[in-house]
Ligand binder design. Structure first.
Ligand code: KG4
Ligand code: ZN
Length: 430
């Protein structure tokens, strides 16, 4: 049994370089996240080559900062955990290569963690820090909705011998929910990532003004054997899934586009884009934590860019964006968010009922959404179910969730091979 149960987690699957030290899967000693939002914002989405370059710049100072903030050295650690997939191949490789080198040099076990399992453990990590009586026992099965920029997946998570097993219950056939937030925000001339902008502006619109609807996924569509058009992990055959628990978010994006064209909202969106497009800042509950790392070398962009002279305009705020939105645009934003949250709720609660699960975990970047948290919490209370979320900081990508997910694997000696490589389409569970 490891002496102190200290695991260094490393995460670099997309556009955050993160490191954290977590003790025994429950006590977070440090969690450092270097965001690349500034780099990618000017392109309106993640540019894989730039992501790899930024991870290379950030990985060493981020890991150093995580160790320093936890007040531990490499010699104190019991294992190193790293995200092995799914994600961008080049981005994953930066974290994996560095983790392998550290593990080899320190003679520590290396643990490979699936990013999606990490997101689920972000909720469990948070739950374990709650006082007894406020948390579900770890032995209870749960329905987990992982809802982020790359994934909208429903899993049945079951505890088994101190570890967890996962069965895929539902998923998106095309865009992830977070991707829909990002694309709609881009269409409306708002910043990147779009979720936090839409979240804060939706508070000022009428959610019932535009009646968006989601059609039921037809059994025929998924039985035709077509692979889903999603970028996410794709190994589980869609035909095995109940169509009631399948999602599709590409249609609502087109519906928003049509509404914009029909109501001539495009000139307003374009002038907003010119006025707002600046880069790093996201408004309201933007939960992409940006850590300033003392003593870090000055990269050309990313977390430390604000220290350098910049040709960009100063960061814009929610108030700036609000002043540039007509009441009709605010109604559109509020209605879009209301519809997406409603669809996530409908299918998640239907799956919970069908599987007779009384515990629901919601995680991933979109789980930071205020309306989503409020409505899921209210509906769960109405149905006498328990719903849990990660903290806002642990909703989006971070490494504490990777270190927490690695704890059961350390106990069962589930270690990675020395030739561990990136698995961009890694699936979770059966
Ligand atoms: O989990 P995450 O950091 O990365 C992935 O694994 O994809 O999720 C990022 C996604 C982005 O699409 C972003 O727009 C969305 O989460 N997001 C939100 C909110 N905060 C982040 N979506 C809705 N409301 C939010 N408050
Ligand atoms: Zn993620």
């Amino acid at each position: 049994m490891p002496a102190r149960g200290l695991i260094l987690g490393i995460e670099s699957s997309c556009d955050e370089t993160a490191a954290a030290v977590v003790q025994r899967g429950s006590r977070t000693l440090s969690s450092v996240v270097a965001s690349q939002i500034a780099t990618h914002a000017r392109y309106g989405g993640v540019v894989p080559e730039l992501a790899s370059r930024e991870h290379l710049r950030a990985i060493v100072p981020v890991v150093r900062a995580a160790l320093a903030q936890a007040n531990v050295t490499l010699a104190d650690l019991d294992a190193i955990a790293v995200t092995s997939g799914p994600g961008l191949a080049g981005a994953l490789l930066v974290g994996i290569t560095y983790a392998k080198a550290l593990a080899f040099a320190q003679n520590l076990p290396l643990i490979a963690v699936n990013h999606l399992e990490g997101h689920i453990h972000a909720v469990l990590l948070n739950e374990r820090s709650l006082p007894d009586g406020q948390r579900s026992p770890d032995s209870e099965p749960a329905l987990a909705l992982v809802v982020s920029g790359g994934h909208t997946h429903l899993y049945l998570a079951r505890p088994a011998n101190g570890s967890w097993t996962y069965t895929l219950v539902g998923r998106t056939l095309d865009d992830a929910a977070g991707e829909a937030f990002d694309k709609v925000a881009k269409l409306l001339g708002l910043g990147y990532p779009g979720g936090p902008w839409i979240d804060s502006l939706a508070l000022h619109g009428n959610p019932h003004a535009v009646p968006f609807s989601f059609s039921q996924i037809k059994p025929k569509l998924h039985l035709a054997g077509k692979p889903p058009r999603t970028k996410a992990a794709r190994t589980v055959p869609i035909a095995n899934l109940d169509p009631r628990f399948l999602f599709s978010f590409s249609g609502i994006k087109t519906a928003v586009l049509r509404y914009v064209q029909l109501h001539n909202l495009r000139p307003e969106a374009e002038s907003r884009r010119d006025a707002l497009f600046t880069g790093p800042a996201a408004p309201g509950n933007s939960n992409r934590s940006v850590n300033s790392l003392p003593g870090a070398p000055g990269p050309a962009s990313g977390t430390w860019e604000s220290k350098k002279p910049t040709t960009h305009k100063p960061p814009t705020t929610q108030a700036d964006a609000l002043a540039l939105c007509s009441p009709q645009t605010l109604d559109l934003i509020a209605s879009f968010q209301h519809a997406v949250v409603g669809d996530l709720m409908k299918k998640t609660f239907a799956a919970a009922e069908s599987l007779a699960v009384r515990r629901i975990l919601i995680t991933g970047g979109v789980a930071a959404n205020r309306e989503l948290r409020l409505r899921f919490t209210a509906e769960a209370a109405r149905r006498n179910l328990r719903v849990a979320f990660p903290t806002l900081a642990l909703s989006t990508d971070n490494a504490a969730m990777i270190a927490a997910a690695a704890w059961p694997k350390l106990q069962s000696h589930d270690f990675a091979p020395t030739n561990l490589s990136a698995s961009p389409s890694l699936a979770l569970g059966l």
